[in-house]
Design a protein. Structure first.
Lengths: 87, 514
């Protein structure tokens, strides 16, 4: 990557790393779900304990909740802390 | 009918309030800042609601709850796909878009390049995306209103079309945003009450609800397992790519990030949007399973063949009647109507901006025009797009238009997204690379959809599709990136013009703002 002449070098680097890390987590989570559906649906069809709840439903609903959680963390981090480095 | 009475009152109230807002907004819509971007005065929270309003169409409310009603788990696959694009937009696109652009996403893709070529590409792909999306919404609207309110199909289309033209041509982004906010609030409120009423019957335990649904559904425990909808791994991955990257390339969604004052509020918008949309999809899941329990064995809602009266899309509507009575049915019906109206307004505004700004100012007039004329063209375009949508909506009555939303997402994922992504991330992209590569992506997508099972077999009635997969995104997106790469590399003549400094400057602006 070309070097920035700007004194905000550090800010841009931190920002970029964090957005890439967070994107990677979401993509990894989602595609593991999709690949499980495609290649190994039996695992998702397994029931948790004795209820009707399957691993697939639990995994799916967790992705939704975890996605919301990640956007909250990212927004808080950026708006409250990382923006402070910017000058 | 009591429900019709309630629905009409709520609907007229909605129309009255939104028209009043449009009237006040029209006094301000004589500047570009206000017409395209609501004067950048929308807060992060408001914009989050508005984005959710743009994104949660009647198709996702009625369609996904209907899909859950029909096949359980498979409906969840769709809703997750529609959601996970949102965190990605926040992490990779939202703040850069706000920092770099002004009114349309082409402002961002053209920063380093020759305006006319890239604007031409963006406006074409925007118009195609918007039109297909619009037709699907209009046809859905017509048949839904026909069932809900007993109105003739054509009449319903005209009402939706005329109201949307009024909102967009007079009120611009200010009116459109407030229509979205009110609709999003109504929809989330309605879905919350419906889910609350369902869960209350199962002492607020999701497992109890699932147990009851498994007992009621004819497929039994299979509704909680991956089913036939996404049969092979290639289709599953391809659908996933279309939903994630397509969401990040929808012009009417991208445009929303210009309505807030700064990068901080752009992030907040995306966070609130993700929360509202995610919460809403959790509700559609509960509503779908509630519908399985309450409707599957009830002859008031199921005909002799065991099929839901109306269509599977009516699951949420019937459930509101089964569990909340006539008055609640009326409320939910009015909300569904308002939902359709808001979504088509957002689409029309995005299309009109592409014509008035990208096409008229930059492609046809080489930036030599004034604000008054530009806005006039944009407003006329919104009327024309509205009229085209009305006629196409009527022409496609009774046709299967579900593939059109898929096509819109596929084009957004294979043309808008790669050009946007590479223009802000890849130093070696050139004007010709983006233009010819993007065009290739557009053509490849259309060809693969036409040659695939949805059009070649279902509509043209050939025996076998030439391209075997229903969702082309895996192939069209990769080929589009490849084409852009090759055309940029071949663009030797312009290599010397690539300005390292220009790219570095843009990157700094993308992160630091103006």
């Amino acid at each position: 990557m070309s070097s920035f002449t700007n004194k905000n070098d550090r800010y841009i680097k931190i920002k970029r790393n964090i957005s890439h890390l967070f994107s990677f987590i979401v993509i990894f989570m989602y595609f593991s779900f999709i690949l499980l559906i495609g290649f190994y649906p039996k695992l998702l069809a397994k029931k948790i304990a004795t209820s009707s709840m399957t691993y697939g439903v639990a995994f799916g609903l967790s992705i939704i909740i975890f996605s919301i959680f990640l956007t909250l963390i990212y927004t808080l981090l950026s708006n409250k802390y990382i923006d402070e480095i910017k000058k | 009918m009591e429900s019709n009475f309630v629905a009409s009152i709520i609907f007229f109230l909605f129309v009255f309030v939104t028209l009043a807002i449009t009237y006040f907004a029209s006094k301000k819509s004589n500047t570009k800042e206000n017409y395209y971007a609501a004067g950048e005065k929308i807060s992060g929270f408001q914009n989050g609601l508005a984005i959710a309003g743009d994104y949660m169409s009647a198709a996702s409310f009625l369609g996904i709850s209907g899909l859950v009603f029909l096949s359980g788990f498979d409906g969840l696959i769709y809703s997750i796909g529609f959601l996970v694009g949102w965190p990605i937009i926040l992490f990779l696109v939202a703040e850069k878009l706000k920092n770099l652009g002004k009114f349309t996403f082409a402002d961002v893709t053209t920063i380093r390049f020759k305006q006319s070529k890239i604007r031409a590409l963006s406006s074409i792909s925007t118009l195609i995306t918007v039109l297909f999306y619009l037709i699907a919404q209009m046809v859905g609207a017509g048949s839904l209103i026909q069932i809900l309110f007993d109105l003739p199909y054509d009449f319903a289309i005209w009402i939706v079309g005329i109201l949307m033209i009024i909102y967009v041509s007079f009120g611009g982004m200010i009116a459109t945003t407030w229509v979205q906010i009110i609709k999003a609030f109504l929809l989330i409120f309605g879905a919350t009450v419906l889910s609350f009423l369902v869960l209350k019957e199962f002492s607020f335990s999701l497992t109890n609800l699932l147990d009851a649904a498994v007992k009621a559904h004819k497929s039994g425990i299979d509704i909680l397992k991956p089913g036939k909808l996404v049969a092979d791994p290639i289709s599953a991955i391809s659908l996933g790519i279309a939903l994630i990257l397509g969401t990040a390339g929808l012009p009417h969604i991208l445009m929303r990030f210009f309505t807030v004052p700064d990068a901080k509020s752009a992030r907040l918008s995306a966070f609130y949007a993700t929360s509202f949309i995610g919460y809403f999809y959790l509700l559609t899941f509960i509503i779908g399973f509630g519908a399985i329990v309450y409707l599957s064995t009830n002859s008031n809602y199921i005909n002799a063949d065991g099929i839901l009266i109306g269509s599977n899309n009516m699951a949420a509507i019937h459930l509101s009647h089964a569990i909340g009575g006539d008055i609640f049915l009326g409320f939910i019906s009015a909300v569904a109507f308002a939902t359709i109206l808001a979504v088509v307004a957002g689409l029309t505004l995005a299309g009109a901006s592409a014509v008035g700004r990208d096409l008229y100012v930059y492609v046809l007039n080489n930036e030599k025009t004034d604000e008054k004329r530009e806005l006039f063209v944009s407003k006329i375009s919104s009327v024309l797009i509205g009229i085209v949508a009305i006629f196409l909506g009527i022409a496609f009555e009774g046709q299967n238009v579900a593939f059109m939303v898929g096509l819109a997402f596929a084009i957004a994922a294979s043309t808008n997204f790669p050009v946007l992504f590479l223009s802000i991330n890849w130093k070696n992209l050139t004007t010709n690379g983006a233009f010819y590569g993007g065009m290739c992506g557009l053509l490849i997508t259309v060809c693969l959809v036409v040659l695939g099972p949805t059009i070649w077999v279902d509509i043209f009635k050939f025996d076998k599709p030439i391209f075997p997969y229903k969702y082309p995104a895996l192939f069209s997106v990769s080929l589009s990136f490849l084409a852009i790469f090759i055309f940029s590399k071949l663009d030797i003549k312009n290599r010397s013009k690539i300005d390292d400094e220009k790219f570095t400057k843009m990157m700094e602006k993308a992160y630091l703002g103006k």
